[in-house]
Design a protein around this ligand. Structure first.
Ligand code: NAD
Length: 262
């Protein structure tokens, strides 16, 4: 557990699966009142979410009116908003000449536009309260772009830039804006579905682990709980002087070209 979130109100988008699910559970275990927003809901979450008092709400973050209602609704029910985690994200493995305008709108809409406007709706409450924390979920692709997913890389590089820009704007309000840059994260639908594109899934998993020096040293992917721990740190009072940062939780993948395997 990272930090004490007793009496804190937290909204997390994309919370039904992967990193989002681990994050809402970690916040709730640390005492927070948690709103888990997602466009889908999985039956297997119901037991654990109920046990921890996590509220699952329907929210397609591309619909800005719904996104605003989700954030305002949390404030109406719980009286305040301390943390917003812009976690919802979608991947697209395609080259630029294959990408349609609709795909641009989908990827940029979920990964960037929703984080921008979600932050806008949260900031209005946080300014009134005198502070708060926003944590964006970017990617190692937000630090070091990749050749296989130019639109996803563009969305995540932009998200890292937006994090820095908004951190600068809202320090005066005591609102901190930071991001995490994870990957490869096992047990997430995003990672597993990308692996499924390969002819040999297990060989591809090994290759992706080997691209991250620490993942390779531990012979495993990063876990959702390891990413959640950094999100909680950035949202906690322990990070009270931390803003505009991008924490890489990628086993060193974005440091540069990894050493050769043999
Ligand atoms: P995931 O696919 O398991 O979870 C993503 C969640 O976002 C899903 O529950 C999905 O329903 C939700 N979502 C998608 N579109 C939405 C929308 N329009 N409205 C609301 N919710 C929506 O994958 P994950 O890895 O847990 O993804 C979480 C974040 O982590 C994403 O932003 C992703 O880009 C980032 N990330 C993941 C990895 C990885 O290796 N898995 C690496 C770097 C960054």
């Amino acid at each position: 557990m990272t930090g004490d979130f007793e009496s804190k109100v937290v909204v997390v988008t994309g919370a039904a699966s992967g990193i989002g699910r681990a994050t809402v559970i970690a916040f709730a275990e640390a005492g927070a009142k948690v709103v888990a927003a997602d466009v889908v809901h999985h039956d297997e979450n119901a037991g654990r979410f109920d046990e921890l008092g996590i509220e699952a709400v329907d929210c397609d973050v591309r619909d800005l009116a719904v996104l605003q209602r989700t954030i305002d609704g949390a404030v109406e029910r719980h009286g305040r908003l301390d943390v917003l985690v812009n976690n919802a994200g979608v991947q697209l493995v395609k080259q630029i000449t294959e990408i349609s305008e609709a795909e641009w709108d989908q990827v940029m809409g979920v990964n960037l536009k929703a984080a921008f406007f979600g932050t806008s709706y949260a900031v209005r409450h946080m300014q009134r309260q005198g502070g708060g924390a926003i944590v964006n979920n970017a990617s190692n692709a937000g630090l070091l772009p990749r050749a296989h997913d130019p639109l996803y890389s563009t969305s995540k590089l932009s998200l890292v830039g937006m994090t820095r820009s908004l951190a600068l704007c809202h320090s005066k309000d005591r609102i901190r804006v930071n991001c995490v840059c994870p990957g490869p994260v096992g047990g997430t639908e995003m990672y597993e579905s990308e692996l499924r594109l390969a002819a040999d899934v297990e060989a591809q998993r090994k290759k992706s682990i080997e691209a991250s020096p620490l993942a390779r040293a531990f012979d495993r992917a990063i876990t959702t709980e390891e990413v959640a721990a950094s999100i909680l740190y950035l949202a906690s009072d322990a990070a009270c002087m931390v803003t505009g940062t991008a924490i890489a939780i990628d086993g060193g993948k974005s440091l540069g070209v990894p050493p050769k395997t043999d």
